[in-house]
Design a binder for this molecule. Structure first.
Ligand SMILES: Cc1ncc(COP(=O)(O)O)c(C=O)c1O
Length: 326
């Protein structure tokens, strides 16, 4: 989806016009991928605009910065407030938020230490990443010929821009060969994750997902799905999963901020289950959308309302805007 090119961007403490949100070509980040970032969503709920798990995203951002020895000039609570301020400045009801901490302009060389640690926040309106149809009917995927990074190479608990070179290779390969997404294995051959989303499988009423040791990003949607599934009484197992479990799963789905909860209907041209959104996927997807739409109680405190005066109504009083799980 192309940018509109308007609105405000937060850069090192100031709100600037979108067109002026620029950095120098000699900035360290451009040459050495020295940035960590977040992707989070704000939803327009019947009770007001609410960011989903903003605290968890900001915590992961600062964890990522710590792993890369970056000390942001701004403390975590102030940057969290700046994210909300940026949404308000743009008057968005619903949007995607992209805070980024990066090594800026000073000198070039592999050593990032001489370069400043700069911070910016982008917000823009972004709909369903793989399309509304994908949320309902699922997507066709392939197992990628590219593996996720080996342990102790690129730290996958950090959401670093460097990791997305690997993600781009996975995504380009999938698209070029007519698939919506690729699923990468780790370097030991176990299931890892998609190019920008975590993976869940269902077999015999048990929900499986690869553990943090399978070179995955510790997804916040993944964590939410595990919580929702356990709340609903499902058994969830985080364990190393062989590739072939994908082919014999009764259901499979992706979880991520961008894809939300998207069913997988085939892998390597093998139909998963009966090739439609499965019953457990449907239940979890509905529970997820009910929370983010403000239609179910926010019992885990996942919503941060953006505008003063919101939330506007009691839970359950609003009208659902969820289309995916209907
Ligand atoms: C590689 C990768 N895995 C998983 C995820 C899902 O993480 P989250 O649910 O926090 O968006 C993302 C999205 O950020 C990702 O880029």
């Amino acid at each position: 989806m192309a940018f509109t090119g308007s609105g405000k961007v937060w850069m090192n403490g100031s709100l600037v016009d979108w067109a002026d949100a620029k950095i120098h070509i000699a900035s360290h980040v451009i040459h050495y991928a020295s940035a960590v970032f977040e992707g989070a969503r704000c939803y327009g709920t019947p009770r007001g605009s609410a960011c989903f798990r903003l605290d968890a995203h900001m915590r992961r951002l600062y964890d990522s910065a710590r792993i890369y020895r970056m000390a942001p000039q701004i403390e975590l609570p102030a940057l969290t407030e700046a994210v909300l301020e940026t949404i308000r400045a743009n008057k968005f009801k619903a949007c995607y938020m992209r805070p980024i901490i990066y090594r800026g302009y000073e000198a070039l060389g592999v050593n990032p230490f001489p370069c400043p640690v700069d911070t910016a926040i982008l917000t823009w309106e972004w709909g369903a990443y793989l399309g509304q149809d994908a949320l309902e009917r699922g997507v066709d995927v392939r197992v990628s010929s590219w593996a996720r990074s080996a342990p102790n190479t690129f730290p996958t608990l950090a959401k670093s821009t460097a990791n997305y070179a690997n993600s781009s290779l996975i995504k380009m390969e999938a698209i070029t060969e007519g698939y919506s997404e690729g699923i990468a294995l780790d370097t030991f051959g176990y299931l890892s994750e998609g190019s920008g989303q975590n993976l869940f499988l269902v077999r015999d009423d048990t929900i499986y997902t690869p553990p943090l040791t399978a070179s995955i990003l510790p997804g916040i949607t993944r964590n939410s799905v595990i919580t929702i599934a356990r709340d609903l009484g499902f058994r969830v197992r985080e364990e190393m999963l062989p590739r072939e479990l994908l082919y014999i799963a009764s259901e499979a789905f992706f979880a991520g901020t961008a894809v939300e909860i998207t069913p997988i209907r085939s892998a390597d041209k093998i139909t998963i289950g009966d090739g439609t959104r499965g019953p457990i996927t449907t239940v979890i997807q509905r529970a997820f959308f009910d929370i983010i739409n403000g239609d179910a109680p926010d019992r885990h405190g996942w919503l941060t309302y953006v505008y003063p005066g919101e939330p506007l109504q009691a839970v359950g009083a609003g009208t659902s805007t969820a289309k995916a799980a209907n």
